[in-house]
Design a protein around this ligand. Sequence first.
Ligand code: PXL
Length: 276
Amino acid sequence: MHDISGFGKCSLTVALPVVSATGVECACIPTALLSTHTGEFTGWTRCDLSGQMLPIARHWAGYGIEFDGIYSGYLASPEQELLLEEIIGLLAGPDTLVICDPAMADNGEFYAGFDESMAAAFRRLCARADVITPNVTEAALLSGVEYRPAPHSKEYIGRLFAGLEAHAGRYVAITGVHPAEGVIGTVVRDRLTGEERSSMSRALPGMFYGTGDIFASAFAALLVRGADIGDALGAAAALVRESIERSCLRDTPRPYGVDFEGALPEYVKRVEKIFS
Ligand code: PXL
């Protein structure tokens, strides 16, 4: 469950191909239809698809279709969170992995049109999830810890994890962590064992749209396929890193999204290795 931004390579236009490339069948319930994503573009069109979501889920439920995972991202409104909970109730069995990417903010700011009510909605949804994948801004908004730009000390990330205790299931992956100048990555904490793992790469300057969605889509699909958390983190992070590196080489306009298509063949090889 995510929006379709027709142009700009984020949400469903990356989730569908990335989940498929992971070898996982992807059905989708769109939350909204936009002409583009809302970062840097202006004058975008937007249609809230709340009225379609439950009828789609009820149609599927009528067929008794079973889902190994339910992954959600961008919502059209805070009110949609109740719909998502109802849909999860309809479609999730006892073994369905629920992954919530609380896609609402970045760089210390809410996305266009969102405010604290969206953070409150995602706090409820994340509490229902097994895995959550906030970036640093979203982790701060969910936890009530102040947002800090880079560098992010170990102590600050520890406070974010602690603040998320009440709003998360077993795994919390915080993306966009900048421990030092020129370094960026993701830190995952297993709340059951207290174990933490991180994947860090060279940070390239600027904003890369859709990379949070690419990471969450790959991570979610890999976990649904049964990858262990370290393998899922490594492969999802490598896909994001290579997509960004290729975009920099090609120098495509930043709001147009990253070159994940060119990075997918290597990703598929990594996925095959994990499951071989
Ligand atoms: O990539 C997150 C995202 C998803 N969907 C829409 C967005 C954004 C980020 O700006 O605007 C519509």
